[in-house]
Design a protein. Structure first.
Length: 289
């Protein structure tokens, strides 16, 4: 059974499953991707290794991108540096005529042209997981019909069992099972400053406890604004976490229970079933320090 079908059958939770990413470096690669989009042919292996090593060494997450649909000839290479940290959200685009020049781009945010357009990156990395190809490409095509300039297919985001998956940049909002909903409606909500809680996996710049706490706060208090419930602090407790979040009426403290699932196959390529992290709400308190 494909991993995304298995996850749906088990009713796996999307809550707090977004992987970490404070900043991102997007590299256009319109060719077919190997299992590692910037390390395997047809992308130059030597260049790819040097580029990924440089990007990750700066604490930035590399991501290959391409336009949905038929593979177009690529003239030069577009790139983008994205900051997803709260209060610093930004997208800067650039272009090089020789991909080797990517190794010389400053990674401090001083290069490229600022853009106020978001980036809708849908995982369609079929060589990494078949579910991403089957489900992700359909999501990207649908989204591109409404937002052609903002929509890109992208390489592996994590959470293959939640395909179709996507991340909305610059805020780094991860969504899963988007093909079960309406990707355009999710994008519309983002542009309106809101989230779609039932498909939201979490924000990339937030820790997993914060992602979980924000989910339960939204479910309890109902505020769907994407900047609602900013984290004020978090600490580990016996069996879980205590996370303080801000609200217009003062801070709230979300008490979480951290558990593990039964062993499962989290990707189509997995050969060993392993447990994954899960979250439950223990309680919400108002005004606690």
């Amino acid at each position: 059974m494909p991993c995304s079908d298995g996850a749906r059958a088990r009713q796996d939770s999307l809550v707090a499953t977004g992987s970490h990413g404070d900043r991102w470096f997007l590299v256009e690669n319109q060719a077919g991707w190997g299992r590692h989009a910037l390390l395997d042919p047809p992308f130059d292996h030597t260049l790819g290794r040097a580029l990924v090593h440089r990007i990750e060494g700066a604490g930035i997450r590399p991501l290959a991108i391409r336009r949905p649909g038929r593979r177009a000839a690529q003239d030069g290479t577009r790139w983008a540096l994205v900051d997803s940290r709260a209060g610093q959200e930004s997208v800067r685009w650039g272009w090089v005529d020789d991909p080797r020049a990517l190794l010389d781009i400053p990674l401090d945010g001083s290069a490229g042209t600022p853009s106020d357009r978001p980036v809708f990156a849908v995982c369609a990395h079929g060589r990494h997981d078949q579910c991403c190809a089957v489900r992700g490409r359909a999501v990207a095509a649908h989204l591109a019909s409404e937002y052609p300039e903002e929509t890109w297919e992208c390489s592996h985001l994590g959470g293959d069992r939640f395909a179709g998956t996507m991340v909305l940049l610059p805020h780094g909002l991860y969504y899963g099972w988007v093909d079960d909903g309406d990707a355009v409606a999710v994008a519309d909500a983002y542009l309106d400053g809101r989230v779609v809680p039932e498909l939201l996996r979490g924000r990339s710049s937030s820790s997993h406890p914060v992602q979980a706490a924000q989910h339960f706060a939204r479910a309890e208090l109902g505020d769907e604004h994407l900047d609602a419930y900013p984290p004020l602090g978090e600490e580990q407790t016996d069996g879980g976490w205590s996370v303080r979040l801000g609200t217009a009426d003062g801070p709230v403290t979300v008490e979480l229970v951290e558990t593990s699932s039964a062993p499962l196959l989290s990707t189509c390529a997995a050969t060993q079933a392993l447990p994954v992290r899960q979250w439950a709400l223990a309680g919400i308190a108002y005004g606690r320090m």
